[in-house]
Design a protein around this ligand. Structure first.
Ligand SMILES: *Cc1c(COP(=O)(O)O)cnc(C)c1O
Length: 458
């Protein structure tokens, strides 16, 4: 499989290059030149596989010939040993809701599903290159801990995680910063997630810096993340044979829901993808009205979605603009110079063929958590709640699977607020609150972050 970028169709990169670089040198996002499309008899065969075998089949489309299928199978099986479910994910029926629980990995959010595999892919590439890699990650709360869990203690790898200072939940921060490992560096940036992501992107497009530290990234702009997340759309769709289902997806950086869109392009019978946002509603505005205009990030009860610059949306844009890379460049330039861009009505109509978009405020989030608890004695996390709430406003009677993206324990203060209940820590985190945290607080300045990293990147 070869890759080009949303801003340059003349590129011709291998999976390994795309994996290690993360962001394309032109500032665009890497994208496969061609997708495998499954026909119905091939889908029938895939539907018989257990999760790890299905993952091997789907993901191998994207990484041959750099990783052989047998090798990939071994990496994936090893990755998912750290999950508490043999089948990695499960669909729980709660009343008439189908909750796809994606949070049974080591750090209790869906980010583990891709990150545990990615950790092993680094090992694989590293065993031949033996060069120290410095991985820089921006996190809105869950990617950081998933990356740390997947990469701590790995040879020849340093990890630098930037999280927005005081803007993630207490437990999210603890899970990240209470890891005592020499190759892990936590930075609390005095800014919001968009600031963290901006600094990481600036470092990626600074060729000298990037090369000096042999920089790599695992944010959802890394195609490997998307590839791993496509799998659970197939897995859950197969549980509803002969139906064209909807998926409701709590969305921030547009990575997870974009994976569903790719699954649909690969032939999976999906009706609509529901983009559920919190009050940071840029995606709801662009999908419903065509206005892509980042406003100031507002803190919400679903912090992992407190994002206004939704990077992966550029990948959808590329399709909507008929894969015209210069048109993508024009819109991105307009975003940079004028702070926004506007899509034409025809372009919005193309998006609406595949997507619905709804936003949920904090009051509704709390109410939804409370309602489900009262009716079904089941507790969902605040991100999942936005995806449940989104369904209430959509008139579409297709069967819908809701992506449950995090364990409620990660947001226990909000759960307490909504239901009065104290959530107990899952076994692996029984002593979490007693553990010592380690992180440095830095100003929101690219130069200072670079200096910090240069000092520690060896
Ligand atoms: C990251 C995250 C999201 C948003 O996912 P994107 O891929 O950024 O859209 C939703 N819920 C939780 C719990 C998350 O950690």
């Amino acid at each position: 499989m070869k890759y080009f970028s949303t801003r340059n169709k003349n590129l011709n990169h291998s999976f390994k290059e795309v994996f290690l670089r993360g962001l394309s040198p032109d500032g665009g996002l890497f994208i496969p030149q061609k997708l495998k499309v499954y026909n119905s008899s091939e889908l029938e065969e895939l539907s018989k596989l257990k999760y790890t075998d299905l993952a091997t089949e789907i993901i191998s489309n994207f990484c041959v010939p750099d990783i052989e299928k047998t090798k990939l199978k071994e990496l994936i099986e090893r990755a998912y040993k750290s999950f508490s479910l043999e089948d990695v994910v499960t669909i729980k029926k709660v009343g008439n809701l189908n909750l796809l629980e994606l949070y049974h990995g080591p750090t209790l959010a869906f980010k583990d599903i891709a990150m545990q595999v990615i950790g092993n892919i680094y090992n694989e590439f590293n065993s031949t290159d033996k060069k120290i890699i410095n991985i820089i990650v921006a996190t809105s709360g869950d990617t950081g801990s998933a990356a740390i869990s997947a990469l701590s203690g790995k040879p020849n790898i340093n990890v630098f995680v930037l999280h927005p200072h005081n803007k993630i939940s207490h437990i999210q921060r603890k899970i990240m910063t209470a890891v005592d490992s020499k190759n892990i560096h936590n930075i609390a940036l005095k800014g919001n997630f968009d600031d963290c992501q901006k600094i990481v992107k600036e470092m990626f497009t600074d060729n000298k810096f990037r090369e000096d530290i042999n920089m790599s990234g695992v944010n959802s702009i890394n195609w490997a993340r998307i590839a791993c997340q496509i799998v659970y759309y197939f897995y859950s769709s197969f549980k509803f044979p002969n139906k064209k289902i909807n998926f409701s997806v709590p969305t921030g950086n547009f990575g997870d829901v974009y994976a569903g869109y790719v699954a649909k392009k690969m032939g999976l019978p999906i009706n609509k993808l529901i983009v559920a946002t919190n009050k940071n509603d840029i995606l709801q505005r662009v999908i419903n009205k065509g206005d892509y205009k980042p406003l100031r990030v507002e803190p919400s009860l679903s912090p992992s979605m407190d994002i206004q610059i939704s990077s992966n949306f550029e990948r959808l844009l590329f399709d909507v603009l008929d894969m015209n890379d210069s048109k993508v460049v024009n819109l991105m330039n307009s975003l940079k110079s004028q702070g926004s861009f506007k899509l034409k009505k025809e372009e919005v109509d193309i998006i609406k063929k595949d997507f619905y978009a709804e936003k949920t405020n904090d009051e509704e989030t709390k109410k939804t958590i409370e309602e489900i608890k009262n009716k079904h004695k089941f507790i969902i996390d605040p991100h999942t709640a936005t995806a449940v709430q989104a369904l209430k406003n959509i008139k579409d009677d297709s069967e819908t699977v809701i992506l449950a993206t995090a364990h409620p324990y990660k947001f226990l203060e909000t759960i307490k607020l909504a239901t009065g209940e104290n959530i107990k820590a899952p076994a692996q985190f029984a002593n979490l609150l007693d553990k010592k945290e380690k992180y440095d607080i830095l100003e929101n300045k690219t130069k200072m972050v670079k200096e910090y990293i240069l000092k520690k990147a060896v």
